[in-house]
Structure formats: structure tokens, C-alpha cells
Design a protein around this ligand. Structure first.
Ligand code: GLN
Length: 526
């Protein structure tokens, strides 16, 4: 437990003054000020070893949420009573010596587009403001079987459409590193909650970058698995051929731990890959074999900030020193990625969102004189402007006469993008790139300009288009103190290799040990 150094470094406080006693490795230490600095893996271990109870951990997080979340607004809803009950149930299992799941007692958060019987599943939309799911998403039941304690549901851009969490019908989430900035999106609530240590880990969803981009802007680890590796059953559909659920964590080990829990076949999702998933923790700490890292020239052109470029260059240098071979590669169709994505994703969304008609479920207007008005007014009242824009774009792209010119053409570009990656992976094992062109931007800076907002996804969308895995890990800070993320992209099912490489980098840097200070100051002033 060499945590007090970090605690003092980043808070200026001495944890020994604040705290409860807990036995760690045979000695008594004061843990209260430290619980939120523990990773999910460390928490799970301490709970299983009876050095800390799940109740203590859960209480500590709930207290932090109460103190800090009014500023951040990372959570749409929290489940205090249920979380403490779940924690007590785990503590009883521990004291009885029952078998424990790998996340037993660990307080976590869920993006609010993952269906759970507990609480509401709103997608941060007025349309689903009061929706209670009658079933749990597969990932939610898997977390429960692994013993995780769910603290609450996190904010997102409405229906996961956006890159800043400003499209939430319930108001934006703020970036814990600088509260005038966005946390990224659409999984901005999950990213902010993990970064500010309001939960030990969280799940997000990624259709065009929504795990990796907010992970980068909040300084955490985010992994978008290979399409089909994680069941989408119970993930409210945005663009079904692109959506994947993945872990958002403080460090690489936690990402591997969570992926172990959520990955694997599911008969309830016909697109889930039938083979058993790998053990992502196995070999995580061992040095990866001779690795060829590809640098795609198209990801390092105009529009990339100097600070981000510098951080990536330093990371490349680090990998070189650790024996990696650096290979220049080309992904020539990257420039059509945004255009293809913003045809395909809205097209699928327009179809997926047709179910919200004011009749089956969701918001229903009080102002309809006939059936047509019931549909149109319910949808006009229930959906926010960005969702309406996507539905109109998608409906247009799919309409007869335009289908060939837009949707079919975008699907052809999709194939070309996939072939770019196939070719690149003949000469390299993994691709390294920035996750985002720049660090977090100010709230409001792009909300009036949809095209500027769409360009935030320039480095992330091609991964979903090709169905390959992608991962963002922290790789430094800007002069203004905002986190920078770097992205790994690999061939399908190369998560193990990506995680090992990410761990190799993290072991030499530990950016993830920094905790956002402004939030702590806000909290201690409160
Ligand atoms: N920012 C992208 C969009 O607005 C990606 C969203 C996502 O991955 N859910 O569509």
C-alpha cells in the first residue's frame, strides 16, 4: 500500500488524519481517504482477503458521489440502499467463506443505455425518462454474477449520439480535470465517474468512439472490443452493426478483468461470437513478443494538436526502446470514415428508433387529436435535436431514390476501410494513433456546429466500421493539465495483445495514478 504518497502529492492531505483502520498485509493502515484510489482489482483482492469490507468501499464511493457529483453530474441516478444491501450480501459471503466472483464487492457504474431491472434506463432522453426495463442486459447479469455492486447509471449523449455528453436531456456532465470542459461522449458520465473516482470502474458503449474518446479526454482506460465479443443483448440499440459494450477503468489490469467478466458467447445475441473468450489477465504482465507497431500516416496530418502529436511521439519512442519495431502504414480510406459513419450510423438509428412511437412504450404526448399527431408529437417532444437530426438524415439516406447514392455507397466505403486494415495488419500487429485530435474542449464550444462535433470522431469511427477492437489509454497531459489519450487498433480478437502492450506502456508511466485535483478542492471546500 504505497498509496499515501499519491494521496499527499495530489491532495496535499495526509491520509493518516482522516480515516478508518483496516488491516492490509498484516499491518493496520488508515484506509478511508484511500479507498477511491484503489483500482477495481485491488479492491476485489482486499475485500476477498477481508482487509476491507464491500460496505466500507461502497459507503466511501457513495459519500464521494454525494460530495462531488452535484458539480460533475456524472450520474443520472444512484442506488444507495440497493448498493449497500448488495455490499452486505457480498460481505456475508466473504465471512462465510463462500466462493466469490472476480468483482465481488466492487462498486461500479453503468452507462444509462444498459438495461437493468434496478432503477430506470433512460438513455438520457425524455423519451425514456421513466422507462423501467423488465430485464437485465447480459453484461449487467454477468457483472452481478461476478459480484459487482452497482452504484448507479451514468449520463450520456441522448441515445449515445454525440461526442461531449452535452446532448443529454438532463444536462451535461463536466470534465473532472477542468469543470468548464466537456468529458467527451457519449459515455461521458462513465468516463467522468471513473476519472473522479466516483466508482471503481464502469461500462460504456462505443458505436463510433464513445468509450475511447471520453476515456481519452478524462484520462482513463477505455476498450471497445471486437464486434461480437461482448453481447449487445439489453444495450439500447443505436446502430446495431457498430455498437459494442466495453470497460472504462482506471488502469489496464481492470480493463482485462472486466473484459473477462463480460466477454463471451450469448444465445440472446445472434451477432455474438460463438467461441469462448480468452483469459485477458493471463500473460498481462509478461512482456509481449516481438511486436510490430504500425503508424498510419493518415492519423498524423492536419488538425492534430502539437501536444497530442508530441505525447504520441514520446510513446512511440518508449515502445522502440522496449524492442518494438515501428512500421509506417497507410489507411488511405480513413478520410472517408466520418462521411461513411454519418450515413451508416444515422441510417441504422432511424430504423432502431422507429419503435419509440408513443404507443408501445416511452413518452406519449398529451396533445394529439389523431393517430398521426400521436406519433409525431410524441416523437417531437421525446427526442432532442441531435436525435431528430440523425433520424432525418438516416431516413433520407434510406429512402427510395437515395439509397444507392448514400447508404449503398457508404457500405462500399465500409468494405474499403475494412480492406485498408486487413492490408495494414499484414505488415504490423497493432496500430498506434492518437485517440482524439485534441484535448477536452470547453462546454458549448462545438454544440452549435454539428460538423465540428462529428470531426472529434475522426480517429475512432473506422474501428467500428471495420469491426476491429480499439483501446484508449492515458499517455500524458497538456500544458493546461488536461489528459491526452493514445489509441491501439488491432485485428479482430487481438484484445490480449493490445492489453499487454498497453500494460507495458502503463508500467513505465502510471499517468493513471493522477487524480483530478480541482474536483478534490471543490469537494473539500463543500
Ligand atoms: N460520437 C459518435 C456519434 O455521435 C459516436 C457515438 C458513439 O460511439 N456512441 O455518433
Amino acid at each position: 500500500m504505497k498509496r499515501s504518497r499519491y494521496w499527499q502529492q495530489f491532495t496535499g492531505k495526509n491520509d493518516r488524519n482522516i480515516g478508518i483502520n483496516a488491516k492490509v498485509s498484516g499491518r493496520v493502515v488508515h484506509l478511508a481517504g484511500l479507498i477511491h484510489e484503489l483500482s477495481a482489482s485491488e479492491l476485489a483482492r482486499l475485500i476477498a482477503e477481508k482487509k476491507l469490507s464491500s460496505r466500507e468501499a461502497t459507503r466511501a464511493y457513495l459519500d464521494r458521489i454525494a460530495q462531488i457529483d452535484p458539480t460533475l453530474r456524472a450520474f443520472n441516478e444512484t442506488y444507495e440502499t440497493e448498493a449497500l444491501d448488495a455490499a452486505d450480501a457480498i460481505d456475508r459471503k466473504v465471512s462465510r467463506g463462500n466462493a466469490l466472483g472476480p468483482l465481488a464487492g466492487v462498486p461500479m457504474a453503468l452507462k444509462d443505455n444498459l438495461c437493468s431491472i434496478q432503477g430506470r434506463t433512460t438513455c438520457s432522453s425524455r423519451m425514456l425518462q421513466n422507462f423501467r426495463s423488465p430485464y437485465d442486459a447480459t453484461v449487467v447479469s454477468r457483472l452481478a454474477s461476478a459480484g459487482a455492486v452497482i452504484l448507479g447509471k451514468t449520463n450520456l449523449d441522448e441515445f449515445a449520439m454525440g461526442s461531449s455528453t452535452e446532448n443529454s436531456a438532463f444536462g451535461p456532465t463536466r470534465n473532472p480535470w477542468k469543470t468548464t470542459c466537456v468529458p467527451g461522449g457519449s459515455s461521458g458520465g462513465s468516463a467522468a465517474a471513473v476519472a473522479a473516482r466516483l466508482c471503481a470502474a464502469a461500462l460504456g458503449s462505443d458505436t463510433g468512439g464513445s468509450i475511447r474518446q471520453p476515456a481519452a479526454l478524462c484520462g482513463i482506460v477505455g476498450l471497445k472490443p471486437t464486434y461480437g465479443l461482448v453481447s449487445r443483448y439489453g444495450l439500447v440499440a443505436f446502430a446495431s452493426s457498430l455498437d459494442q459494450i466495453g470497460p472504462m477503468t482506471q488502469d489496464v489490469r481492470d480493463a482485462a478483468l472486466l473484459l473477462n467478466v463480460i466477454a463471451g458467447p450469448d444465445p440472446k445475441d445472434s451477432t455474438s461470437w460463438p467461441a469462448a473468450a480468452a483469459d485477458y489477465l493471463k500473460d498481462l504482465e509478461s512482456r509481449p513478443p516481438h511486436v510490430r507497431i504500425g503508424l498510419p500516416k493518415e492519423f498524423f496530418g492536419d488538425g492534430l494538436s502539437n501536444e497530442v502529436a508530441g505525447a504520441i511521439a514520446a510513446a512511440v519512442e518508449y515502445f522502440k526502446q522496449h524492442g518494438a519495431e515501428i512500421i509506417p502504414v497507410s489507411l488511405p480510406h480513413t478520410r472517408y470514415g466520418i462521411a461513411a459513419y454519418y450515413v451508416i450510423a444515422p441510417a441504422e438509428a432511424s430504423s432502431n428508433l422507429a419503435r419509440y412511437d408513443g404507443v408501445h412504450y416511452g413518452h406519449r404526448t398529451n396533445n394529439a387529436r389523431d393517430l398521426f399527431e400521436l406519433y409525431s408529437a410524441s416523437r417531437a417532444e421525446g427526442f432532442g435535436p441531435e436525435v431528430q437530426r440523425r433520424i432525418m438524415l438516416g431516413t433520407y439516406a434510406l429512402s427510395s431514390g437515395y439509397y444507392d447514392a448514400y447508404y449503398l455507397r457508404a457500405q462500399k466505403v465500409r468494405q474499403l476501410i475494412k480492406e485498408d486494415f486487413d492490408r495494414a495488419f499484414e505488415s504490423c500487429d497493432v496500430i498506434l494513433s492518437p485517440t482524439t485530435p485534441d484535448v477536452a474542449f470547453d462546454l458549448g464550444a462545438k454544440s452549435g456546429d454539428p460538423l465540428a462535433m462529428y470531426l472529434c470522431d475522426v480517429f475512432t469511427v473506422t474501428c467500428n466500421i471495420a469491426g476491429i477492437p480499439g483501446m484508449s489509454i492515458p499517455c500524458g497531459f497538456s500544458a493546461s493539465g488536461l489528459p491526452i489519450g493514445m489509441q491501439f487498433l488491432g485485428p479482430v480478437f487481438s484484445e490480449s495483445l493490445m492489453l499487454r502492450l498497453a500494460r507495458l506502456y502503463e508500467a513505465g508511466h502510471e499517468w493513471n495514478k493522477r487524480i483530478p485535483r480541482p474536483i478534490l478542492e471543490t469537494a473539500s471546500a463543500a
